[in-house]
Design a binder for this molecule. Structure first.
Ligand SMILES: Cc1ncc(COP(=O)(O)O)c(C=O)c1O
Length: 389
């Protein structure tokens, strides 16, 4: 049996037909498909505005720029996330800082509060907090929102993993507790546009800025485009971060299947919860079944007890044709971040890195493959246990 990735896209004939239709149409970019895709996301998340873009890394940069982050400012995020969650700040010359995680693998709000109290005294408060929903499990947005009111920072939700996740009685993306939310539609994510992303917000002012930034700052406001179709002004420094019609048409077809994909992953997650119970394995918190889009199923293994390290174990899995991944190497371990960071102890992230891995879970993972994964994990752990005795 060969399970060659921890996640992958699910593409059906309808997806293919929609893409072909677009390829045969008049517009490959700047057409109706992108507007339709944005409207679908708006309806799904119940946000006021949506701006679709080429990928979540660019969306994060756009979001920081729309808030006005500059080289006089500070941006914070969780220490366990993808580099793009903080690169957006580095690109704009801002100073960065990181907060350790708790046992949900998301930002620890107690640590966050302590850090904010100290930062206030030292006059080093952040302008933006990037709140990441790792694996799709929403972080504690209510507490973060409360803190943002006291310490006056803006909140960008990095919901790259969380399209379809639920918080309170809303979908992630409603921006009830944030200024903007970013989704990624990379092929391993919940739905895909190949590469692509969307930003949701309830602020008209932010939305208008996003539109300018997405299109090289070209400003058509106040111009009668029927009489003066070639006229525009440039008021903002921007990029070309437009999604094209091919990606959007794939997104339009995929978004209809969001809940179906989550349901299929929920079935697999439930099997893992029921059948991977071993004292050496810590399964994710059960609330992922209710709240998470189930982008990732992250387990932890006590490798110290087994007297091996994680990477040896991953090698063994690979020999058995099972590919897992690690989301992520804590940011404080990366050279580019180390050089920009005060020395801090990230105790929980260190432990996470030592123990955590994302095991295969995607809608098309067959029952027999799930059984194989469960049995290989159990056998390997038993083997190492025997060796210790
Ligand atoms: C937490 C997080 N943020 C941002 C990104 C960037 O997404 P994209 O690949 O769409 O640029 C990723 C991608 O994996 C991610 O996991």
């Amino acid at each position: 049996m060969k399970i060659t990735n921890y996640s992958k896209q699910t593409i059906d004939q309808n997806d293919i037909n929609e893409v072909i239709k677009t390829l045969k149409s008049k517009f490959l970019t700047k057409g109706k498909k992108t507007i339709l895709f944005e409207n679908k996301i708006k309806k799904y998340c119940k946000s006021r505005y949506v701006c679709a873009t080429i990928n979540a890394s660019s969306s994060l940069l756009m979001a920081c720029k729309a808030i006005g982050l500059s080289n006089n400012d500070i941006i914070w995020t969780s220490n366990v996330t993808y580099i793009a969650s903080i690169n957006c700040g580095l690109h704009l010359g801002a100073k960065i800082d990181l907060v350790d995680i708790d046992d949900t693998n998301n930002i620890c709000v107690d640590n966050l509060e302590k850090k904010l109290i100290l930062a206030k005294k030292e006059k080093k408060l952040p302008k933006i907090l990037v709140a990441v929903h790792l694996s799709g499990l929403p972080c504690n947005l209510k507490k973060i929102k409360e803190l943002s009111k006291i310490y006056r920072f803006k909140i960008i939700e990095d919901a790259s993993h969380a399209f379809g996740s639920v918080y309170g009685n809303s979908k992630i993306g409603s921006c009830k507790f944030s200024d903007l939310t970013i989704f990624s539609f990379h092929p391993v994510k919940n739905i895909t546009t190949a590469e692509g992303s969307a930003i949701t917000t309830n602020s008209l002012q932010i939305y208008r800025k996003l539109l300018l930034i997405r299109e090289n700052g070209q400003d058509f406001s106040g111009i009668n485009r029927v009489n003066f179709p070639t006229k525009y002004d440039v008021t903002t420094l921007g990029f070309n971060f437009r999604i094209n019609e091919i990606n959007s048409s794939l997104g339009l077809s995929q978004i209809e299947k969001t809940n179906k994909f989550i349901k299929k992953k929920k079935f697999i997650a439930k099997r893992y919860f029921n059948e991977m119970k071993l004292p050496e394995i810590t399964l994710p918190c059960k609330k992922i079944l209710k709240l998470s889009s189930l982008h990732l199923f992250i387990i932890r293994i006590d490798f110290r007890k087994l007297k091996i390290n994680k990477f040896q174990f991953i090698k063994k899995l690979k020999k058995k044709n099972i590919v897992v991944n690690c989301h992520y190497i804590p940011l404080n371990k990366l050279k580019i971040i180390k050089n920009n960071l005060p020395k801090i102890n990230f105790k929980n992230s260190e432990k996470y890195y030592e123990q955590a891995m994302s095991i295969p879970m995607y809608p098309d993972l067959k029952y027999i493959e799930q059984s194989y994964i469960i049995s290989v994990f159990k056998k390997l752990i038993q083997k190492y246990k025997k060796k210790i005795k």
